[in-house]
Design a protein around this ligand. Structure first.
Ligand SMILES: O=c1ccn([C@@H]2O[C@H](COP(=O)(O)O)[C@@H](O)[C@H]2O)c(=O)[nH]1
Length: 285
């Protein structure tokens, strides 16, 4: 199964646009786990188990593992996801971007070492830095396009004077992903929920690629506006997904730390259910 086939199947099965982000910060762990980086696997596994039937995708952010020398726990976590949620694709958020020979190694890291289905990439170094991932049959890649942070506009909203029509940088990235760079048909874009107008513009320029959309929850992005701007699927009269719109709406901290008590997994499930329902309601509008 390709990444996009997995995504479509997960959307149907879990009736969800919600990506559960895994950003484990031991300082925020509950009770006896607090401050213990050796419990990263246990914390994340509990979240995965609690949300396996609610998630369209899982997105571990590699920095939260590497910072605590917990790469081996990330390996175990992805294996655990395959056991308890084999239908949910895993997107490694590592935002890699380097020359081709180094990119080959990063592709091995994402797809072989960790066994993920997709990876996030910076397009800043150009096509040859992205190509090694695109040569992987069925594997997904998401290019940073219009990111959710305030500084995203510093570079991404600059006009490209030498390119026809003088598009903004993020508009150019969207066109490349929709067209010439999309070698294996599995390329997508990262666009922040915090900028719904830019999200709508990216969707206009790249109507069929998957959009990974962080920024709802802790960053305050409007979940309903995100669906209106970024989702292009359809539902039948019963409300079931008919064709996938490939909007993958990520929330990390709001779900992970919904409670600081021993009920953290139950609270995470409730927050994931709430967010999934908000997204689903907007799909009916
Ligand atoms: O533009 C971007 C790209 C990536 N991220 C990542 O998504 C999550 C967001 O976490 P929240 O707790 O839901 O705010 C995090 O891993 C970021 O590294 C992003 O926020 N914006």
């Amino acid at each position: 199964m390709t990444f996009l086939e997995m995504l479509g199947a997960a959307e149907q099965r879990n009736q969800s646009l919600l990506c559960v982000g895994l950003d484990p910060d031991p300082k925020r762990f509950p009770g006896a786990m607090q401050g213990d980086a050796g419990r990263i696997f246990d914390f994340c596994a509990a979240i995965v188990e609690a949300t396996a039937d609610l998630a369209l995708a899982f997105k571990p952010q590699i920095a939260y593992f590497a910072a605590h020398r917990a790469e081996e726990q990330l390996e175990r976590l992805v294996q655990h996801m395959r056991q308890v949620a084999p239908h949910v694709p895993v997107i490694l958020d590592s935002k890699r971007g380097d020359i081709g020979s180094t990119a080959e190694q990063y592709a091995i890291e994402a797809f072989e070492r960790y066994g993920c289905d997709a990876v996030t990439l910076s397009p800043f170094m150009g096509f040859d830095s992205v190509e090694p991932y695109l040569r992987r049959h069925g594997k997904g890649a998401f290019l940073l396009c219009r990111t959710s942070n305030p500084g995203g506009n510093d570079l991404q909203a600059q006009p490209l004077r030498d390119v026809e029509g003088q598009p903004l940088v993020y508009e150019h990235i969207a066109r490349l992903a929709q067209g010439p760079w999309n070698l294996n048909g599995q390329l997508g874009l990262v666009v922040g929920a915090t900028y719904p107008q830019e999200l709508a513009r990216v969707r206009e320029l790249a109507p069929t690629v998957p959009l990974l959309i962080p920024g709802v929850g802790a960053q305050g992005g409007d979940a309903a506006a995100t669906v209106r701007s970024g989702w292009r699927g359809t539902r039948n009269a019963d409300g079931k997904v008919q064709s996938s719109g490939f909007a993958i709406v990520n929330s990390s901290r709001a779900i992970l730390y919904a409670s600081s008590g021993d009920d953290f997994a139950t609270a995470a499930r409730q927050e994931a259910e709430r967010t999934r329902a908000t997204l689903a309601a907007a799909q009916q509008e």
